[in-house]
Write a protein that binds this ligand. Structure first.
Ligand code: DGY
Length: 330
């Protein structure tokens, strides 16, 4: 009998095409937004595999009713919406979609850095408000990036591409902090591993590229901002939960750090009256890191391939809990 797959939003059609061509019975949730958890559970109960998105809450409540799933293939590199230990306990492999979105996401981090350093988003708004009257010799001054120190928090693929961009464009020195050292990447990018405190103290631009986990949740809070340079720019394109938004607002209002560029906020979506949106040295985007045709198509393809390979060969090419697969084959 054909295996059934539920895709929880409309995503690039290649995912459905690949699965259908391989004989799967595919259902796509075509609603405007994500399903509520009860809607998701009701539908997931009827399928063998789930192709999920970041807005789907796959927590203990979900797994208590959907423990029958063979595989979950997440359409994202991040998977903080999934209780992975619970999936692992139940023997369900969880796939994700790394690499294909690294260039796109690093571009957003890089763009936000420049936008913040020259107050671009804010100054654009002043034109719309009819405030461009004449050339201003002493107003609207930003800061240059050439030769500055870039601090990367989370030196995975996206963080490394950001480092490459900043070195090539501005000759920036790269320092990083990560769960573990990455010697090949250090050599390639002439990057220096530092402690978390050193990262805070030495970075002119500090860009977050880590996962959201119990260790990183709220890590960039008032204590962390206090240790940063008053001229520093904070960039987050990873997950909004890694910074404490109230503390970030206070740090910017009091000149503890200079500016911030966010593609992810806490909560999402950010409300239109959020004080960050009115600050000259702040640029905010609505979580568009992977929003290119190339990246989203690649993500859809990888998510489908994770499912296909699992059923064909018992392998999930991009698996976040590979121990489940080892147990299955032993
Ligand atoms: C990711 O892939 O994690 C992006 O943030 C999209 O959710």
């Amino acid at each position: 009998m054909a295996k059934k797959v539920l895709i929880t939003r409309i995503i690039p059609s290649i995912a459905r095409q690949l699965l259908t061509k391989a004989g799967f019975e595919v259902t796509v949730w075509e609603g405007e937004g994500p399903m509520t958890q009860p809607q998701l559970i009701e539908r997931a109960k009827k399928v063998d595999a789930l192709l999920s998105l970041g807005a789907d809450k796959l927590d203990k409540t979900f797994f208590s009713q959907c423990s029958h799933l063979n595989i979950i293939a997440q359409f994202a590199v991040g998977y903080d919406n999934i209780d992975v230990p619970e999936a692992t306990r139940l023997g369900i492999p969880v796939g994700n979609t790394p690499d294909v979105l690294s260039e796109a996401t690093a571009d957003v981090a890089f763009g936000l850095m420049i936008a913040v350093s020259r107050k671009m988003f804010y100054l654009h708004k002043t034109i719309l408000q009819g405030e461009w009257k004449q050339f201003e010799p002493l107003k609207n001054l930003g800061m240059e990036l050439t030769g500055k120190t870039l601090g990367i928090f989370g030196f995975g693929r996206i963080g490394q591409v950001m480092a490459q961009r900043c070195m090539g464009a501005y000759g920036m020195q790269v320092i990083y902090h990560n769960r573990s050292r990455n010697l090949p990447a250090e050599q390639k990018l002439n990057a220096r591993y530092v402690s978390f405190d050193e990262l805070l103290q030495q970075s002119d631009v500090l860009s977050v590229h880590s996962v959201l986990s119990a260790e990183t949740k709220g890590l960039f809070n008032s204590h962390a901002f206090q240790k940063m340079k008053p001229t520093a720019i904070f960039i987050n394109t990873a997950r909004g939960g890694v910074h404490n938004e109230a503390d970030l607002i206070t740090a910017l209002q009091n000149g503890i750090i200079w500016g911030a560029g966010l593609d992810v906020t806490n909560p999402e979506p950010m409300q239109a009256d959020n004080p960050l949106l009115a600050m000259p040295q702040v640029a905010v985007l609505p979580h568009i890191g992977s929003a290119t045709i190339e990246a989203r198509t690649g993500m859809a393809r990888l998510a489908a391939e994770n499912i296909l390979e699992f059923y064909r060969h018992g392998n999930v090419p991009h698996c976040v809990n590979p121990e489940v697969l080892t147990e299955k084959t032993n």
